[in-house]
Design a binder for this molecule. Sequence first.
Ligand code: GLN
Length: 312
Amino acid sequence: MSRSPDARTYDLDALRERVLSENGGAVDDSIPQLAEADPALCAIALVLPDGTVRSSAQADVPFSVQSAVKPFLFALALVDTDGAALDRIGIEPTGEAFDALKLESGTGRPPNPMVNAGALLTASLVDGGDVDGRNERILRGLSAFAGRKLEVDEDVARAEHLLGDRNHALAHLMRSEGTLRVSADDAVAVYARACAVLVDAEALAVMGATLACGGVNPVTGERVVPSSVARDVVSVMATCGVYDGSGRWMQSVGVPAKSSVSGAIVLAVPGRLGAAVISPPLDEQGTSVRGCVASDHLSVDLDLHAFGSTQG
Ligand code: GLN
């Protein structure tokens, strides 16, 4: 596995300072806990294939993972269904917002695993039998990706479950199509709890690095998912990870990634590194403003673009 020599010495605190001056965007207010997020929070972490973890200031500040959990739910669903999850869910970009009330026409399947409909479904496909069992399986799986025991912010989980009207609507829509096979409320409960898992930039970067390293956590050495699953997940991150901004993201940053309303972005560059950026103010597509700028700089400075050198 080739590694970027620059990533070992790259000054993440200087990058953090550079992006801190970006003052655009607004903090998500879909639940009170997110509305209270500190708009000045900004942290960046990188994890290399040999397990080296590099972080800026504030990389240990916890936040709820929100939609950055979706690639990992997809991974767990692929493992637990032996790949059959791919028949239950589309993998095409939507060109629409993350919570659009829209399913694939003809099949009634969710359009892809990176939007809410898809993640409601993937969270319902993991092993565990009932809500508690699936919650436990997800927390265990995410902890293996992160290489540490993660916890849930119970207030966030409750608020997401209670206030997620569009998620309830999507779950009922999928029930009506016969594509969701657990009760709508159970599906929302499990997905809401997965969104409420607490990570920090360092943990999320390790999670991204596990995908970038073919499913092996480079810090713990544990194989978390088969390499074919990591490949499938990273492919769908590349095409759908930034919702209706995915095309622009791939053109400019050129790195498979997943955004979230907490302001986190997780990046997975196969064979090179995993990374995470957190900063709560979001643009109109629900992507962290500073996270975009930081990812842009990382891509250029470390030459990460998938389709060619961004330098010179
Ligand atoms: N909790 C959010 C939701 O499902 C997650 C969305 C996101 O991060 N884009 O509504």
